[in-house]
Ligand binder design. Structure first.
Ligand SMILES: Nc1ncnc2c1ncn2[C@@H]1O[C@H](COP(=O)(O)OP(=O)(O)OP(=O)(O)O)[C@@H](O)[C@H]1O
Length: 400
């Protein structure tokens, strides 16, 4: 067609060039079902990314969610040490078995595969990225509510591959006050935008120190500017972790599961909130209607704690992806599962705070259940972009 805009989602034509978005997402195996994948990132090494990953996993596990950690920091794996795991991962014909912590957090790390913990991983980027992908595809994770990924530091080749290959639902940025925070957060925000992954929050680690003798709070690395930086990038959740000798010693002794402290509870609430969403699906006779921009009806599902609470079929009172984005946002929709959709439509929906899971077809009821138990097969996933929201955005109710 000479007047083709390449916006397949808003185009009603069934032309032969119609495309679904390209995807590099890898699928898990039949023994794994992961509901939410949360990446923990940092601008550089040593700021406490592994500590934050561990604390979040322990917190969600204490809240009775089935929790896992995929240690994607292949050249500097810290997770086995933090949890005192010395056992090596065993394999079966079906796949690799996780190494589980005392309280039942499932983990996989390159250190659980190496003969000696001190063996260095001197591998080139593609091999490292391939290993992370295999941790996702070949490990038998079982039913997991929240998987935390301890990402390699920075925004290089490996983190990029991880973002492209694993269905990351949200990221948490870990910084420390002495870093060039604005620049580091800016880079992470841009990467998240490129990958269409929402930012759930920032943790400022080593934010302050409380004197055990007099109780006075010291900002060892100077005054924090994390609140301003967070508001600059419309990130609502900011948590601060103090420098705490007990944290360091528990990480070193492998007893991080016994940590005491509620510093990350707000962030944990936000992560928990990703299970509460309002889902819309273009509807046609119980099937996913494949032309988002021309959907005349939507089935809307209210999801609480990952379960369908209510559902209804509603007529759309408009046409075209721009108007439909406004219509769905007005109904409080946070997530759209659809078939064909163009980049422009995805961006419009992201700007309206709606996450898009594209390239899905078939019976709506079935696909929604697949989505809820983490086994939906889609050709792509695009998510809401906090940066573009004029009023910021509570992450509760957002995410995959
Ligand atoms: N808030 C804190 N209080 C005390 N010690 C801390 C704190 N945060 C981190 N540490 C210590 O600093 C060291 C580095 O932390 P951690 O391994 O979590 O960093 P990282 O960002 O994951 O580093 P890398 O990417 O290099 O693995 C660890 O020994 C940890 O125990």
């Amino acid at each position: 067609m000479s007047d083709c805009s390449n916006e397949c989602g808003s185009c009603g034509s069934d032309c032969e060039n119609r495309t679904a978005p390209q995807s590099f997402l890898e699928e898990t195996n039949e023994f794994s079902s992961v509901k939410k994948v949360i990446g923990v990132v940092s601008g550089k090494g040593g700021v406490g990314k592994s500590l934050v990953t561990s604390l979040l996993a322990v917190t969600m596990n204490r809240r009775k969610y089935s929790t896992a950690i995929l240690d994607a920091d292949i050249t500097g794996p810290s997770i086995p040490k933090a949890f005192g795991l010395t056992e090596k991962a065993a394999g079966t014909e079906a796949g690799l078995l996780t190494v589980d912590t005392k309280t039942g957090i499932r983990t996989m790390s390159v250190n659980s595969l190496l003969e000696e913990d001190t063996d260095p991983v001197v591998w080139r980027g593609p091999i490292i990225a391939g290993t992370v992908k295999q941790f996702w595809t070949d490990v038998i994770w079982g039913d997991v509510d929240f998987m935390f990924i301890d990402m390699p530091p920075g925004t290089g080749d490996v983190p990029l591959t991880v973002f492209q290959s694993l269905p990351v639902d949200g990221i948490i940025i870990v910084t420390s006050p002495q870093e060039l925070v604005s620049m580091i957060v800016g880079k992470a925000v841009k990467m998240a935008q490129l990958m269409n992954v929402p930012i759930l929050g920032i943790v400022e680690n080593m934010s302050y120190f409380v004197c055990p003798d007099c109780g006075k709070k010291y900002s060892i690395f100077g005054e924090s500017h994390i609140e301003e930086v967070a508001s600059q990038f419309n990130i609502k959740n900011v948590c601060r972790l103090p420098i705490h000798p007990e944290l360091a010693s528990k990480m070193d002794k492998g007893t991080i599961e016994s940590f005491d402290g509620a510093w990350l509870d707000e962030l944990a609430d936000c992560i928990e909130g990703t299970l509460n969403i309002k889902l819309a699906v273009p509807y046609e006779n119980g099937q996913i209607f494949q032309h988002f921009g021309h959907s005349e009806q939507f089935e809307i599902f209210e999801i609480k704690q990952g379960k369908v609470l209510n559902k209804e079929i509603i007529p759309s009172d408009c046409e075209g992806h721009g108007a439909l984005a406004g219509f769905l946002a007005g109904k409080g929709v946070t997530t759209l599962i659809c078939g064909g959709i163009g980049d422009g439509a995805i961006k419009g929906l992201a700007a309206a705070g709606i996450q898009v899971v594209a390239g899905v077809s078939g019976k709506i009821e079935e696909q929604v259940q697949f989505y809820l138990n983490g086994s939906l097969q889609s050709t792509d996933k695009a998510t809401c972009d906090h940066h573009e929201h004029s009023e910021g955005h509570s992450c509760t109710g957002n995410g995959h």
